[in-house]
Design a protein around this ligand. Structure first.
Ligand code: NAD
Length: 506
């Protein structure tokens, strides 16, 4: 791994460096629990140095003032580099996260599009907008101009390290901000690799700082510093709340993309085999470690038993294994700690009176010896659920599907159930009646709703949550707005005495 991700792993003030106190942390391969490598762990002092360097560069360099079009040449180059490094980068991502190589490659293709999209989208900001019309005197030149926000801290989770980082990086850098990158301590390796690519793509070293660290060690500095202007966070609800509170002290811009407990509503008119495939894919990709996973099946009674039986059969057939093995359909959970959390949720479901139809445990080591060392958890289907249960309302972030049923023809109950969540990130509506599917989709209080499919996204469309799934949006043109200050320049071209106070000589 050292040839792909060399040490040291901190990048501060234009230099790769170890942490000030020499601390490191092992990063673990979730497939077999082996140590991949030691990663430098930034201290609070390192975080202060990174903030100071970013601020200095923002204040003294041309970077914030050059045109978006100039900066966007680096974005296009970055897109090309992502493609030419795809094989190696995907391998790093797979070893560190456990996801399959195919998934890692899809992530890299997706973020290549994100860099290309923002290269075009940000260039539009170079065109200043002149306000004219009856409310603006003819002698006035009224201009709306766009400027970078300043020093932006980008904090990412462990499940999609490349993807979540690039959703932030591309718009932040396109608009001339300086970024401080803080990946998850659980899966930092692809971010270290990406930072090297950023420098190769021509982004100035001063515009990029990288802190591999825990949230506890650098979070307080990054979220309370007067010299940080924006925090963009993707992660869990509890951490998000803390970050919002910290940012409030200095009134910094703060966007949070948080968890989800996403309903997938299936009507009885669906083709059965198609619906089984849809439900299994929506929940079990990446072993359910997906913020938008369709973890809550809400199914119309007439099809329910057959659908659930089919989903159980397919869940039992999913091939788990090493993400590097092309035969693997899904990998392990990311850590022992996370495995224990998912296991505890299954026990909780049993205590709540639900019935575990399949999975609910680690694979049997006698049957699957090659999975014995890793953090694998069997795809799990839990029936007999109702909306009051914690297993239905809380994000397990594992391969767990809960089943709720609604009476035949009762569209309103389906909508009520799908909206009965504190979250509101994503959901699905499956019906051969396209008009009904779209009608129900419009009633769901979720940031993205798929009808007759699940999980797709595009760089061109906004992503984000209602309710406690977060605030703000990533991707699309609003994803750019997060990183831009809007300034109004009102220029009087024929100055006169203003004459407001009596003492003025007219
Ligand atoms: P987490 O909240 O534990 O950690 C996320 C990041 O925050 C990590 O980098 C962590 O080190 C950092 N952090 C922790 N405490 C901090 C602090 N006090 N100050 C600053 N940073 C701190 O989340 P996780 O377990 O890594 O990720 C899983 C969560 O992310 C799930 O809830 C999932 O739904 C969510 N997620 C949401 C989206 C989305 O688009 N809404 C996408 C991916 C993941």
């Amino acid at each position: 791994m050292s040839s792909l991700v060399p040490s040291p792993t901190l990048f501060i003030d234009g230099q790769w460096c170890a942490s000030s106190d020499g601390k490191t942390r092992p990063t673990i391969n979730p497939y077999d629990a082996s140590v991949i490598m030691e990663v430098d762990e930034a201290s609070a002092e390192d975080a202060q140095r990174a903030v100071a360097a970013a601020k200095r560069f923002f204040q003294t360099s041309d970077w914030p003032r050059c045109s978006c079009a100039d900066r966007c040449t680096h974005l296009k180059r970055m897109a090309d580099l992502l493609q030419s490094h795809k094989a190696a980068l995907a391998k790093v991502e797979t070893i560190d996260t456990g996801k399959t190589l195919g998934e890692s490659e899809i992530d890299i293709d997706d973020v290549t599009n994100v860099f290309r999209f923002y290269a075009e989208e940000a260039s539009k900001l170079d065109q200043e907008k002149r306000i004219t019309g009856p409310l603006v005197p003819e002698s006035v030149k009224s201009l709306i101009v766009h400027e970078p926000v300043g020093v932006c801290v980008l904090i990412t989770p462990w499940n999609y390290p490349i993807l979540q980082l690039c959703w932030k990086l591309a718009p932040a850098l396109a608009t001339g901000n300086c970024v401080i990158i803080k990946p998850s301590e659980v899966t930092p390796l692809s971010t270290v690799y990406l930072t090297r690519l950023l420098l190769e793509a021509g982004f100035p070293a001063g515009a990029v700082q990288l802190l591999t660290a825990t949230g506890a060690s650098v979070g307080p500095v990054l979220t309370t510093s007067d010299d940080v202007d924006l925090v963009s966070f993707t992660g869990g609800l509890a951490t998000g709340r803390n970050i919002i509170r910290s940012c409030a002290e200095t009134v910094k811009r703060c966007t949070v993309e948080l968890g989800g407990k996403n309903p997938n509503v299936v009507f009885a008119d669906c083709d059965l085999e198609w619906a089984i495939d849809n439900v299994v894919t929506a929940v079990f990709v990446h072993s359910g470690q997906v913020c938008s996973a369709g973890a809550r099946l809400i199914v119309e009674e007439p099809i329910a038993d057959a659908l659930v039986a089919g989903v159980v059969k397919r869940a039992n057939e999913i091939v788990m294994g090493n993400g590097l093995d092309p035969a693997s359909e899904t990998g392990p959970l990311v850590s022992k700690e996370h495995l224990d959390k998912v296991q505890a949720y299954v026990e909780l479901a049993r205590q709540e009176g639900a019935k575990v139809l399949c999975g609910g445990t680690r694979p049997d080591p006698a049957q699957f010896p090659h999975l014995a060392q890793g953090f694998f958890f069997l795809p799990t289907v839990i029936d007999g659920c109702d909306r009051t249960m914690r297993i239905v309302q809380e994000e397990t972030f594992g391969p767990i599907l809960t089943i709720e049923r609604f009476p035949a023809g009762d569209e309103e109950t389906a909508i009520m159930l799908a909206n009965d969540t504190k979250y509101g990130l994503a959901g699905g509506v499956q019906s051969r009646d396209q008009a009904r599917a779209e009608r129900v989709a419009r009633r769901l209080r979720h940031g993205t709703v798929w009808t007759n499919t699940y999980g797709a996204y595009t760089a061109q469309a906004e992503w984000g949550g209602y309710g406690m799934s977060g605030n703000g949006r990533e991707l699309g043109s609003k994803g750019l707005d997060e990183y831009v200050e809007v300034k109004h320049l009102w220029s009087e071209t024929k100055p006169e005495m203003m004459g407001w106070f009596k003492g003025a000589r007219m």
